[in-house]
Unconditional design. Structure first.
Length: 87
């Protein structure tokens, strides 16, 4: 991916329509302080995808595993556990 933030947004935006058509259960985890990919992109995905939910990690930026590893792991665990309980 390009290192220019404007190009990164353009690259993600160019894929948005294809991503939005995914119907599988999806957890979107976004860092509120992300300066590379604005939160609005994650919120758009969550609105447009039929089976998606978004979790915003307040203290994290773009590098969630480095910024908030415990919060990220908790989100994934909760989503996975909840999905398993539904089946």
């Amino acid at each position: 991916m390009n290192s220019n933030p404007r190009m990164q947004i353009a690259e993600l935006s160019s894929c948005m329509e294809r991503i939005e058509k995914l119907a599988l259960p999806t957890l979107i985890i976004w860092g509120k302080k992300d300066t590379f990919q604005p939160l609005q992109l994650g919120e758009r995905l969550a609105r447009k995808m039929v089976n998606a939910q978004i979790t915003i990690i307040e203290e994290a930026g773009h590098f969630l595993p480095e910024d908030a590893p415990e919060a990220l792991a908790a989100c994934i665990t909760e989503f996975s556990t909840h999905r398993e309980e539904l089946h």
